[in-house]
Design a protein around this ligand. Sequence first.
Ligand code: BJW
Ligand code: ZN
Length: 250
Amino acid sequence: MNLSDEFQRVLGRAKAICVLTGAGMSAESGVPTFRGADGLWKKFKPEELANFEAFIRNPQLVWEWYNYRRQLIEKVVPNAGHAALAKMEDLVDRFTLVTQNVDNLHRVAGSKRILELHGNIMRSLCTECATKTDDPHLATEKGVPRCKKCGGLIRPDVVWFGEMLPAGVFEEAERAAGLCDVFLSVGTSAIVYPAASLPQAAKRSGAYTVEINIEATEQSDLFDEVMRGKAGEVLPCIAETLQMTKGVKP
Ligand code: BJW
Ligand code: ZN
């Protein structure tokens, strides 16, 4: 896939790049997306399950969904798109990777500076005393897990609808979007806020904005350029072009 002349020029000058990723980023690794033509959670709508009320109403069901996903994620590996982003981080002065994904695949791929907006599925948290735990098998062994310290219900350490994002993390993402020369929005339907406001923030500050997605989104018209294709195919081309424009030997 060829990059437009304009995109190549902008990449050559870029000192700061900010990337926002969504579920489509991990689709080629075998992690189902929430929405879109390939969205596999037809049975489980995130708007219905990913909220605290749903958890209190039926913790067993919500844990079933998360356990299923934890088991799936434990078996998958990063794809060529994750690897390309890890490589890009070493090619520019300031690179910020902002992800809505909870699957940890960016870290496994070697990305270092990652802002996780929606938490991490492998961690859990007590709903009463906020004690965190890293044991991903907690709930599979005992059904709905309870806190060892206070007996409170334990939940996945992810951000549900109506909840605040982790303190300071969104503010840092907003800062990076506002200061970057190039902003990439990869594999996200761009309907969940506040993450969906980041491309607009980048555009307002004069960044060159590019959407990478297999289908159009509600925000496609906002971008300077749309690359219609799979993250695992498009991102390696961008990383390679960046490497060439920076004069680094492959
Ligand atoms: C590919 C591909 C390939 C496929 N290559 N592409 C009205 C206006 C503004 C805001 C609101 C509003 N009403 C309510 C709100 C707030 C709400 C919100 O945004 N709701 C919208 C639905 C309208 N937001 C919140 O509540 C957030 N908190 C908040 O705002 O706090 C302030 C506040 C506090 C108190 C009261 C009110 C406000 C929190 C949002 C938390 C979202 N949580 C989830 C679950 C996380 C845990 C988990 O994983 O289980 O996050 S929901 C789910 O959606 C998950 C995702 O991170 C998120 C975004 O989804 P994403 O990543 O975009 O995936 P998909 O599936 O939607 O799209 C995949 C895309 O990939 C598609 O486009 C495909 O085409 C593409 N694709 N294969 C490239 N190979
Ligand atoms: Zn507790």
